[in-house]
Structure formats: structure tokens, C-alpha cells
Design a protein. Structure first.
Length: 269
């Protein structure tokens, strides 16, 4: 597992954007052989999306032959609701780049049969050739997507009931009213994420320090689901100094030393 410790969130976001653009360019995707990118919502990837938009506007990145699969979506929230993840992705990323609409995949939380929608989502990922790179953020309690503590490490896309902690955390987007936060969501599973060729997790800020500690220095534990990254053959954590506050000094120094060349140079485009 690679751990790249950047000085701050802005530096982290720029590096992650360049890394994704580099991976897309490296594959040289075609319409019949697209680059398949898994994407998250939330505050963690916002800086990365802004930087990817800049790269597109500068002619350094194209998403014309990229197929995306989002991690999750609330159940029962209209797609045009300001807090739906369909709305979030369009507002913060998709409408600013050249990705064809038919290449965008987000779980349908209003499907008449949610279990069939989950199975169909997994099938769409399979037909696309699997995820090349899955980008993610992590919750304060170490969850990925809506894979709450206790989730199976082999889980696939499914319906999840959200914990009170998650609803409280997300209530800031609903006028701080927990009752307005949907109680269920569709989410890719940990097994879905682990099946990706590469997984890159963004961890930023002191509030995520405990989660990073469990991801890096303790063992794999389904109560801290992001710790499963330890088992991935191409797992990458991009974090900032603030998020490392609970790591041992030796751990921080070790990863800063071995990743120094990557930290000092943006991936080539």
C-alpha cells in the first residue's frame, strides 16, 4: 500500500487529479476500450474535481472515452434534488467536462425494484470491463461509500440502512435536520471496490486522523471498513499532514521518505 503525505488539501487534490489524468492517458482509451473510473461524492473529492476540470479546460485531459461508476446514491431522493448524488456529480464535475452522458453510471435510488437495480449495476461494471481505478473518500468512522462499520469485506452493490452517525454527519447538507436525511442508500460493496485494478483513497483533515490510523497502523477490521485497503495489491492513500496526527512519527517519516520523488513531482501528462 502506498501512502503519499502532502502538506495540505490543495496540494493533495492537485496531485490526485494529475494522477488520474496520467492513468487515463497511459491507457490511451478508445470507445470500445474505455478507461473505467469509480467516483465518490462528499467533500473529500471536491478539490480533485476542480483540478480535473482545470486540466480538461487546459486541454491536458479528456474524458470522452471514460466510463464512470459512482459509489452510491440515496434511496427515494429525486435525482434533481440538490442533495442527490446525481445532482452533486453533475454540478461539481460532469457538466464541466467532455464525458458523454451515456458513459455516466450512478445507482438509481428510485428504481421500482432496488435489488434488481443493485444486481444490474454490478452487471454494468462487469460489461464495462471492470473498474480501472476507484477513487474514494473515507468517513470519520472509517467507512467507504455507505459501507458502514460491520459491513462484509466481500459485499457487492446493495441496499444499506444508514447509521445515525452517518445521518448526523450528512445532516449538514440538509439544513442540519437529521430527519430530512434519507435512511437508506444504494452503495457499491467493499468487494466491488476491491475488484478494481487500483483503489485511491483521499484522507484529509484532523477529523479523519483516527480513520487513517486504523487504515494504516492497525489490522484489517470490518468495523473500520477502509482498512480493507491493506489487502489490495494496488492500494493508494493520498492524505495531508493534518490527517496523520494519530500516526506514529516513524510511520509518517517512513512514507514521506520513500514517496519523496512522487511528492516532489506531479505525475506526467
Amino acid at each position: 500500500m502506498r501512502i503519499l503525505i502532502h502538506k495540505d488539501y490543495d496540494t493533495l487534490s492537485k496531485w490526485v487529479a494529475y494522477y488520474i489524468a496520467h492513468k487515463i492517458k497511459l491507457k490511451n482509451p478508445k470507445p470500445d476500450r474505455p478507461f473505467v473510473l469509480g467516483l465518490p461524492t462528499g467533500s473529500s473529492p471536491l478539490g480533485t474535481y476542480r483540478e480535473l476540470i482545470k486540466l480538461y479546460q487546459a486541454g491536458k485531459a479528456s474524458f470522452r472515452n471514460v466510463v464512470t461508476f459512482n459509489m452510491d446514491e440515496y434511496v427515494g431522493l429525486p435525482e434533481d434534488h440538490p442533495e442527490s448524488y446525481h445532482y452533486f456529480m453533475n454540478e461539481h464535475f460532469f457538466r464541466h467536462i467532455d464525458i458523454p452522458r451515456e458513459n455516466i453510471n450512478i445507482p438509481n435510488g428510485n428504481a421500482p425494484n432496488l435489488e434488481e437495480e443493485c444486481a444490474a449495476y454490478e452487471e454494468r461494471i462487469r460489461k464495462a470491463g471492470g473498474i480501472d481505478l476507484f477513487l474514494g473518500g473515507v468517513g470519520k468512522d472509517g467507512h467507504l461509500a455507505f459501507n458502514e462499520p460491520g459491513s462484509s469485506m466481500t459485499s457487492k452493490t446493495r441496499i444499506k440502512t444508514l447509521t445515525l452517525d452517518t445521518k448526523i454527519a450528512n445532516s449538514r447538507f440538509f439544513g442540519d435536520d437529521v430527519s430530512k436525511v434519507p435512511s437508506m442508500a444504494l452503495t457499491v460493496g467493499l468487494g466491488t471496490i476491491m475488484s478494481a485494478e487500483e483503489v485511491l483513497i483521499i484522507v484529509s483533515g484532523y477529523s479523519k486522523a483516527r480513520a487513517l490510523y486504523h487504515m494504516v497502523e492497525l489490522g484489517v477490521n470490518h468495523m473500520w471498513t477502509a482498512s480493507m485497503l491493506q489487502l489490495h495489491q494496488h492500494g493508494v492513500i493520498a492524505c495531508d499532514d493534518e490527517s496523520t496526527m494519530e500516526l506514529r512519527v516513524g510511520t509518517v517519516n517512513y512514507f514521506k521518505d520513500i514517496e519523496r520523488p512522487a511528492l516532489e513531482n506531479l505525475p506526467q501528462l
